[in-house]
Design a protein around this ligand. Structure first.
Ligand code: URA
Length: 478
């Protein structure tokens, strides 16, 4: 029995070194005992056995396996090192296994990796710093921010660079039961595990933040089930704004009714009035959207152009707004941009009828020039008003991947004005943890000045679409 002692619960590098050497020497998974630290972990303890000598035998595994392993190894499951080694041995012998999602071991590891990704995202979203003023010499009296957080998995170190990048100019400490991180504006240091009592509670910033949060809270958008799913109660205690949530939920119905009374033409649909069956829920939503008056675009447009595609599509594609032809036909992406989109999908090998295709804004915005209706870009108010429908479509479909085509789609999905530019082909994570692949809008390609640029742009667009689909385990649900 080989007893492998790793340095830390998140010692991915150590696992990698040992796993490679063991696999190259042909050591079977059942002959390896993995543990953290060097105290004999169980009955089979004994002295750690030296690694088998390097054989120099090549060991190659597909790159996606490495990414999968790096994530799954941060899971708190005590079996994680053994499971990943067993999977490594299987995949080294048969790389095609990585595409076999019926394989129970692969499925288990993929599920662990996805749980870890979610935990990482939750830490980004729910960690809250509190300001503490420290005494000492003048230059030391800069404020310091401290956060207490309890991750479920071993993600503290993996998240360090995120917090350093985001709060580079602050002095902060993150205290967790796994360990602590301290940033002084220049250097990151690690410390031992902390206890909750060591973190401060409440500060003046907190009161302002609570006021802000209760002001932006929109009772008509309250989805208690989704809220609890995305922001489980256990995170509430560390977040100042969530102290207000129970009261706001209790008051939500009264405030919702008041809002509806003030805007009698606003559709009154809420997620809890929708049927459970996604196809039925989408049908109902489409009917509601047909009468939408959330912004002024409904006046000049012919009709609402709602999303189209199966309710169980794993992938949702979001464009900007319908064009002239879409407005007349009531279907998304059937005009010139749609033709290019279809051509790109065909080249990427993706049948369109298995995607859910929708737009950020559901009415055509245009300027009338003589007989022509010229496309006009929707403004932020229109995008944000229409976001209601997109959010509902996402809540019903729960896609595993969203593809954002262009800046308007990205604004509608993130609430932020970001351009796609060089980010095309990249993936970001939306606030609810859904991966979102960025690409250009097909109309952009139609406007490129030269044939050569158009061809090059088209190739990149196809690659963006194809790349997004390749990253999924089952690219398309049938
Ligand atoms: N452009 C879009 O963004 N959507 C359409 O439906 C058509 C063109």
């Amino acid at each position: 029995m080989h007893r492998i002692c790793l340095d830390a619960f998140d010692d991915v590098e150590g696992w990698r070194t040992h796993a490679r050497r063991l696999a190259q020497a042909g050591v079977p998974p059942e002959a390896v005992l993995w543990q953290v630290g060097d105290a004999p972990g169980d009955l089979f303890g004994g002295e750690p056995q030296a690694l088998p000598p390097a054989t120099g035998r090549p060991l190659t595994v597909p790159k996606p396996f490495i990414t999968l392993a790096e994530q799954a190894l941060l899971h708190s499951d005590p079996q994680r090192f053994a499971l990943l080694y067993a999977l490594l041995v299987k995949i080294a012998a048969n790389p095609a296994l990585l595409g076999d999602h019926a394989d129970p071991l692969l499925r288990r590891v993929e599920s662990m990796a996805s749980t870890v990704r979610r935990d990482i995202h939750k830490m980004h979203a729910f960690l809250r710093f509190r300001e503490v003023q420290e005494g000492g010499v003048e230059e030391e009296r800069r404020p310091r921010f401290i956060a207490w957080y309890e991750p479920e998995h071993y993600i503290l170190r993996a998240n360090a660079s995120f917090f350093v990048d985001r709060f580079a100019a602050m002095r902060w400490s993150i205290l967790t039961p796994q360990g602590t991180l301290h940033w002084d504006g220049e250097t990151l240091t690690e410390g031992p595990p902390a206890r909750r009592e060591e973190a401060p509670k409440g500060d003046p910033v907190e009161a302002a933040w609570q006021t802000y949060y209760s002001a932006i809270f929109n009772p008509a958008r309250l989805m208690t089930g989704a809220m609890l799913k995305e922001m489980p109660r256990k995170y509430w205690k560390n977040m100042p704004e969530t102290a207000l949530v129970p009261g706001m939920i209790a008051d939500a119905r009264r405030r919702e009714l008041a809002m509806v009374a003030q805007a009698p033409q606003a559709p009154r649909i809420t997620r809890h009035t929708l049927p459970q069956d996604p196809a039925a829920a989408l049908r109902l939503l489409r009917e509601e959207a047909a009468g939408c008056r959330r912004c002024g675009l409904c006046g000049p447009a012919t009709q609402t152009v709602f999303g189209e595609g199966p309710a169980d599509a794993g992938i949702m594609v979001v464009g900007e707004q319908p064009g002239d032809q879409e407005d007349r036909a009531g279907r998304p992406f059937i005009g010139p941009a749609g033709a290019l989109f279809d051509r790109a999908l065909a080249q990427a090998g993706v049948p369109r009828d298995r995607l859910y295709v929708t737009n950020a804004v559901k009415h055509f915005k245009f300027e009338q020039r003589g007989k022509q209706r010229l496309h006009a870009r929707p403004n932020v108010g229109e995008i944000d008003a229409c976001r209601w429908w997109l959010d509902q479509e996402r809540a019903i479909l729960r896609p595993r991947l969203v593809i954002a085509m262009g800046k308007t789609a990205l604004r509608a999905l993130t609430g932020q004005n970001l351009s796609i530019g060089r980010e095309a082909g990249q993936e970001i994570m939306l606030a609810d943890g859904t991966p979102c692949r960025l690409t250009v809008h097909p109309s952009h390609l139609l406007r490129l000045p030269s044939q050569a640029e158009a061809e090059q742009g088209f190739e990149r667009y196809v690659a963006d679409l194809r790349g997004g689909l390749a990253g999924l385990e089952e690219p398309l649900r049938s």
